[in-house]
Each structure stands twice: as C-alpha cells, then as structure tokens.
Design a protein around this ligand. Structure first.
Ligand code: ADP
Ligand code: MG
Length: 274
C-alpha cells in the first residue's frame, strides 16, 4: 500500500502490486526498468489540478476539485463513483468536450487546456472514440451506414464491416437502429467509435441502459477491443461489480479522486455478477 499526495491535505490511497502488467505509477518505477514497462507506462493523458465549477445564477456547483490523474497507454480504467460525483465532467474534459475552470490536461504532447475550439474538435475527431449510455445512432441510417459515416472521414479507419464484425454484428449490417435491441445498438455505437482506430475510447455508463445479460455482452466487447486493438479505454460506471475487469479502478467521490486501486488479476466480464 503506497500513498501519494493528491492535493494539499488530501491523501489518495494507491493499491499497488509489483507483479501487475500495468505497473505504471511513474513515481514508483525505476527509469532503467524493462522496455515492456516503458511502453506500458506511457501516460496518454496527464490531468493536473483540474477543477470545474458550474455557475447556475447565484449557485456554484463544484463538480471537480483539484483532480490529478494519468491514463496509461493500453490500460482499461474504470472510473467508479456515485451519481453526481463528477465522473462525466471528468471524462468530458479528458475527451475535449468540455474545459476545466482550472488546471491542465495534457494529451501526449498537446496541452488540451490551451487548445482553441477548432483544435479540440480536431483532437476529438482524430483521437477519441466516445460511447455514451444512449447510443446516439442516426435512426434513418442502417448499422453499416452509421459506421461508414465515420470511416468515410477518418484517416486510417478500420473497414466498417470489420468493425461491425468485431462487435458480433455481421448479421445485422442492414438493420436500422429501431430494428436492433438495446445491446445491439450499443455494439453499433462501439463499432462506430472504434472504426477510426482512436487512440482512446471513453465510455460514459455504456451499460447504464441495458439489462444484466446484454450489459455483460457489451462489456465483453469493450474488453475485446482493449485487448485486440490496444485502445486505451476508460469506462465510467456507478456499478462496483464492473471494477473487477479493470487494470485500474479510479474511485471518484464529491468531485475528487478518493482512491486508485490496481487489480492484480482482472476478472473476465463473464465472471462479473451484480
Ligand atoms: P456523474 O457523472 O458522476 O453523475 P456529473 O459529472 O454529471 O456527475 O456531475 C457532477 C456535478 O456537477 C453534479 O452535481 C451535477 O449536477 C453538476 N453538473 C454537471 N453538469 C452540469 C452543468 N452542465 N451545469 C450545471 N451543473 C452541472
Ligand atoms: Mg454521468
């Protein structure tokens, strides 16, 4: 058990196992370590001291308070916290959909918090795949056309049919969203998100609208994408059971990171129960 200072007066506990594949706390790793660690410990995102205050008339809502966080290349991170704890605000800031009131977000060598709207749009378009609770598919387009919408504008996309095959939907290419179940629609949304081969996949409550069985199928797809494409993946949930499939679990409460846990062994989605 190690601790690190998150902000003055606040201690964040970090469970840390030396045997884990994603042994990446930079402060805890020797520079001369194996090349494997060097690769896996690359921070794709560095979030430093971010706060977000929403002003609603006279009322201020402090959605995030001095948050520090790294997301590492290829990891599967679960952001776990109660409703209203600031998870979506954090993910939206990381994904360039929103900007913090204070603090810095660095994506590789880009300082996102210094970027203008056009640069943020380019960052999102080129590097980020989003998956939301409600699938946001275009109802008048088929599954294949929803994915092609992205593959036609991306620089080095996956083949749209391949992307749909990867999420197990090769038999549903010509179905419209209304002709698909919730889980199938979410899998189309995942295919669309990964079709541009994003560097990072950000998922906000991807199973929130799904029943137990369908939710697990969607988690299996996310795990497979992370493993096969190596896409750095962050999944928001308020469902503690999902934490077991993560490399790291980032606990969020009242706008702060309250703890970061590292799973020494990841559960398969099929092993999760809730
Ligand atoms: P979570 O995703 O963990 O449920 P959010 O990040 O959505 O939490 O919200 C954190 C806090 O910020 C909540 O109190 C919420 O009401 C508030 N909040 C979120 N978005 C806005 C907004 N656009 N305007 C005002 N308050 C907001
Ligand atoms: Mg939310």
């Amino acid at each position: 058990m190690e601790t690190l200072k998150n902000d003055p007066g606040e201690e964040t506990s970090v469970l840390y196992s030396r045997n884990n594949e994603l042994d990446c706390e930079p402060a805890l790793i020797e520079k001369e370590n194996t090349s494997r660690n060097d690769i896996e410990c690359e921070a794709v995102f560095q979030v430093r001291g971010i706060s977000k205050v929403y002003r609603m008339g006279d009322v201020e809502v402090h959605a995030l308070r001095s948050v520090d966080l790294d997301l590492y290349k290829g990891e599967f991170a679960v952001l776990l916290g109660a409703s209203g704890s600031g998870k979506s605000t954090l993910l939206n800031i990381i994904g360039g959909l929103d900007v913090p009131t204070e603090g810095t977000v660095i994506y590789r060598d880009h300082i996102l918090t210094s970027a203008d709207d056009a640069e943020l749009t380019r960052f999102r378009r080129e590097h980020v795949g989003f998956v939301f609770q409600f699938y946001n598919l275009i109802p008048s387009l088929t599954a294949l056309e929803n994915v092609q919408l992205i593959t036609e504008i991306a620089e080095k996309p996956l083949d749209a049919i391949e992307a749909l095959k990867m999420v197990g939907l090769s038999e549903r290419l010509d179905h419209f969203p209304a002709q698909l179940s919730g889980g199938e629609q979410q899998r189309v949304a995942i295919a669309r998100a990964i079709a541009k081969r994003p560097d990072v996949l950000l998922c906000d409550e991807p199973t929130g609208a799904l029943d137990y069985k369908t939710g697990k199928i969607v988690l299996e797809v996310l795990e497979q994408v992370n493993r096969e494409l190596g896409t750095t993946t962050a999944v928001i949930t308020h469902n503690a059971a999902i934490a077991a499939m993560a490399d790291r679990v980032i606990h969020i409460g009242s706008g702060r990171i309250t703890a970061i846990e590292r799973n020494s062994k990841k559960a398969r989605p099929s092993e999760l129960t809730w």
